[in-house]
Design a protein around this ligand. Structure first.
Ligand SMILES: [Zn+2]
Ligand SMILES: [Zn+2]
Length: 447
């Protein structure tokens, strides 16, 4: 097993008047990183790495594992960068093009999804290395060094068969492409994938056979319906489609599986605040900077947001907080009681946010076996609300959840370990990205 160690490289350089002494660093690190003497090379020494690939302009490359990096040094002489290795049998490199860094926990990985399966991650370092083929080091070859030659190669092949359309999820939104458009627009810059037609995008997910329902579709429906008729929004925090599917597969008879909730692709990052922004504004503009203000564009008078003691959002409409007055460990019962009262009042929009499933899944993992209490409690509240409320409603969740050592979590790709227990963590990160949705809107609303 490879250890994480600090890079120990020694840099000598001679400044040249005719050439900029910058050397690009690619791989599992922030984009557009350069080594420039003398200061910023110190940064690389601090990076924990498993191996580094040194690539010369002629297409030769040498990968050196962390334990052997102390034998390597880089110099800048007569306008070019060179790699020198104090190791018999391993030649150095003349005129380096760039260095690529492999990290154990990269900040950035691209996830490839198909349907409700998480196929694999593409890491920048792995994608760079895929462009090279290994050549023998010779009889004196030593462990820890691998020599490569550049080969002709296109992008990683994402899928076995070419799909009609693909969903691309970036850190600022989502977009559907035909495969042709996707292939023409995808760019790999050495640290990130981005889309040529979306400036400054970072592609986080490429998704074939994606769920047709999207969290981005909720806000337009709210904006359409609530000015005409009162609309009830039931927000079930942390309810992933996979959790309901697990319950179904076990043959458990739970209310939340009987009301026609469908899988819904949610937002990246798969967090409550990002999802709230999309539900309450229709887009991810400006996320995560600035206060999270929602429903500001609605052209209605009376709207109420029933929340727990912690306010996730602010709005021009009242956000009503609830505390655990009976100290039973949840505010959901207080929120439910409050919702029953608001349903008797005159309103244009009422949002009721239940947190119990998310809390339980963080604590014990997103498995129906561990969450029967929460699923039954929240399901019971939904059942009672729908008995009382005969008007239009939308039920939705903000994200799902995946297992971690301490229970469950959701959020960003970069926190997902690369090697996962397939039985328990098999679908892994896709579980974060698929929530649930049900619209119950009278037909006239479309007029
Ligand atoms: Zn949430
Ligand atoms: Zn959560």
């Amino acid at each position: 097993m490879r250890k994480i160690v600090c890079i120990a490289l020694f840099l000598c350089f001679v400044l040249s008047c005719s050439s900029q002494p910058f050397l690009t660093v690619k791989g599992d690190i922030p984009r557009q990183h350069n080594i420039s003497p003398p200061g910023s090379f110190m940064y690389l020494k601090e990076v924990t790495t498993t191996q580094m690939l040194f690539v010369a302009k002629n297409g030769d490359a040498v990968a050196i594992v962390a334990d052997s990096l102390h034998t390597a040094s880089i110099s800048f002489e007569e306008g070019v960068w060179n790699l020198k290795v104090k190791q018999p049998g391993v030649a150095g490199l003349h005129d380096l093009d760039y260095i690529a860094v492999e990290r154990e926990s990269p900040r950035y990985q691209l996830a490839v999804f198909e349907g409700l399966n998480h196929l694999f991650f593409v890491r920048p370092y792995a994608e760079i290395l895929r462009g090279f083929e290994q050549i023998p080091l010779g009889t004196k070859a030593v462990i820890g060094y691998t020599r490569y030659k550049k080969k002709e190669s296109g992008f990683v092949r994402f899928f076995d068969s070419i799909p009609d359309s693909l969903l691309v999820v970036t850190d600022i939104g989502e977009k559907v492409y035909t495969y042709q458009e996707f292939a023409e627009n995808l760019v790999f810059d050495g640290s990130y994938f981005s889309m040529r037609d979306i400036p400054k995008s970072e592609v986080m997910i490429v998704w074939k056979d994606f769920p047709q329902k999207s969290i981005y579709d909720i806000y337009p429906v709210i904006a359409e319906v609530s000015p005409k008729r009162p609309l009830l929004l039931i927000f079930l925090d942390g309810l992933g489609a996979s959790l309901l599917a697990d319950c179904e597969a076990r043959g458990w008879d739970i209310y939340l599986n009987k009301i026609g909730l469908e899988p819904m692709r949610t937002v990246y990052p798969a967090t409550t605040s990002a999802a709230y922004r999309v539900v309450g504004t229709g887009n991810m503009d400006g996320f995560p900077r600035g206060p999270l203000k929602v429903f500001m564009q609605l052209d209605i008078e009376k709207a109420y947001i029933l929340e727990t003691s912690h306010s996730f959002v602010s709005s021009k409409y009242p956000v009503i907080n609830h505390t655990d007055q009976n100290r039973n460990g949840t505010t959901d019962d207080e929120i439910f009681a409050s919702a029953l009262e608001y349903l008797d009042q005159d309103f244009d929009m009422l949002l009721v946010h239940f947190h119990g499933i998310d809390r339980g899944a963080h604590a014990r993992g997103p498995d129906g076996m561990f969450l029967q209490r929460e699923l039954n409690a929240v399901g019971g509240y939904v059942e009672e609300l729908l008995k009382k409320w005969q008007g239009d409603y939308i039920i939705f969740s903000d994200h799902g959840m995946h297992f971690v050592a301490t229970g469950g979590n959701h959020g960003r790709l970069d926190n997902m370990p690369m090697s996962v227990d397939k039985e328990r963590y098999g679908r892994a990160w896709i579980e974060d990205m698929v929530g649930v949705i049900k619209y119950s809107i009278k037909e006239e609303a479309a007029e």
